[in-house]
Design a protein around this ligand. Structure first.
Ligand code: SAM
Length: 313
């Protein structure tokens, strides 16, 4: 079953975190189905501005009439690692009041079998957020070195059976190319020990492997690293950065970045005056925010979401 619906996670905390000014300029770097964007827009007046970016052409195409016809809104198909360029082209560098990145995949991407993200739905093994760029998961699996595959599954999937899974994938592909999602899911399932006891009720055995391959072929960690660095340059003083991650690796990257950008460099620590270029560029706002039990009850995707907020100094 395919859907065009994506329930935005941590909506209230995001709206409060962005500290929206009615005439401000906001960038939603992961537009998706515009769940967060639509709510941001409701808080803007006629002078406000909203720029939505997404690398998935379907996300941009599906923006509702009300959003895409709104003169305050501009939608850009592209990667958020090009944030600085997009913002500079619009002469908005240093003028952005709020930035939001809600990482990972959208529900429609997972629900649509043809996109190849889901081990539950039979479809071509693609997994590209932008189907017009890069290589599909199937193409990647056809040539990746076994040691690299093992590292990806272990690191990006945090999968303890990475060695067995990588071996099984390489053995299977030597016999026949792996082209369908359900083929990959079956290979992974047969490679890992059957779950027992409490483990039995847990996730599908291919969950972590699919996640790892998706993160790798879409270069998601590289995108995040680039966008965090650029975010500081586009925000105005007092502007807010909100990042929602669903993976502990991503959350760690965001946490580390915000901590480093908000601390005084060692040689100047405790000094009465610090040269402008060495002053902290961000101020961390509170701790990581997780979804409430109520939100998780109605939206299971929210269970691993962590929101971190920082302000440009
Ligand atoms: C979790 S969804 C966002 C959902 C959105 N906040 C909403 O409420 O509808 C993530 C979206 O970000 C997009 N995306 C992920 N990484 C991206 C990147 N590096 N550049 C641009 N878009 C990206 C995906 O294609 C997907 O549509």
């Amino acid at each position: 079953m395919s859907s065009n619906v994506h329930v935005p996670v941590l909506l209230g905390p995001v709206l409060r975190g962005l500290k929206i000014k009615p005439d401000g300029c906001y960038v939603d770097g992961t537009f998706g189905r515009g769940g967060h964007s639509g709510e941001i827009l409701k808080q803007l007046n006629a002078s406000g501005r909203l720029i939505g970016i997404d690398r998935d052409p379907q996300a941009i195409a599906s923006a509702s009439r009300t959003l895409s016809d709104d003169p305050r809104v501009e939608l850009i198909r592209g990667v958020c690692a090009q944030l600085e360029t997009f913002i500079a082209e619009r002469e908005l560098t240093g003028k952005v009041d709020g930035l939001l990145f809600d990482l990972g995949v959208s529900s429609p991407q997972l629900d649509e079998a043809d996109r190849g993200f889901s081990f539950l739905r039979d479809g071509p093994l693609d997994m590209r957020m932008d189907p017009d760029s890069g290589i599909s998961a199937s193409q990647w699996l056809a040539t990746v070195d076994e040691a690299d595959l093992r590292r990806v599954i272990s690191k990006l999937g945090e999968e303890r059976h990475a060695v067995r899974i990588a071996r099984a994938i390489v053995t299977a592909r030597d016999d026949k190319a792996i082209t369908r999602t359900t083929e990959l899911a079956a290979i992974v399932e047969s490679a890992v020990p059957a779950p027992y006891g409490r483990e039995r009720s847990k996730k599908h055995p291919a969950t972590k492997t699919f996640q790892a391959i998706r993160i790798a072929i879409n270069g998601e960690l590289e995108q995040l690293e680039a966008v965090l660095e650029q975010s500081v340059n586009v925000l105005r003083k007092g502007g807010r950065l909100c990042v929602i991650s669903f993976h502990s690796l991503e959350d760690r990257m965001v946490k580390r970045f915000m901590r480093n950008a908000s601390s005084e460099p060692e040689p100047y620590r405790g000094m009465p005056t610090i040269p402008e270029e060495y002053r902290p560029r961000l101020r961390v706002i509170g701790k990581a925010i997780a979804a409430t039990a109520e939100e998780i009850a109605v939206n299971r995707r929210a269970r691993s979401a962590r929101l971190r907020i920082a302000e440009r100094t």
